[in-house]
Design a protein. Sequence first.
Length: 202
Amino acid sequence: MYGGAIYVQEDSENCTVRNSSFTGNHVTDFEEGLGGAICWLGPNALINNTNFTNSYTAYGGAVYVGPNSDNLTVINSSFNLSRAFKEGGSFVLLSDNARFISSNFTNSLAMDEGGAIDAHGVTNLTIYDCLFDHDIGAGDVGSSGRIYGTGGALYLEDITLVNISNSKFIHIESHGDGGAIYALNCNDSMLYNLTFDYGVSV
């Protein structure tokens, strides 16, 4: 099941969500559901001045962006009380050339990884002037005894060209590794002028 409010298919290019509000959207497939509010599979996406509140599903509590959805921009937007029963409390990102600018991620939670944003296999990811506040990689114990909950705010894996700057991470918690940020096999990356307050990995 895809997108509690909007489903953008692969052949839909240059779509924009602007000056909008999403509240209480969800996909009730808590094992494989994609995008509590939006499942975005088309390229050249723009989310501008938009608020997401109380969205939830399995992957991408608010938004799921698929592997062929290159050139995403999220600007001046907020994500509050987003929850993922698997990965990406607010966002799952699988596409290249993504920018998150002047946006807030608050009270987001993921059971497996990426309390706010979960990104895999991406080239060129920019996060600038963003606030991550009270985000949690909550932690789940698998059948093998493995404890999940990695990356309280960000889970980044197999990414080239990561630029995170002028952003704040406040009251971030992970019940696995990476209290605020967990990065695995991330190359050519730069973290600059960041603030970390009250982050913890337990």
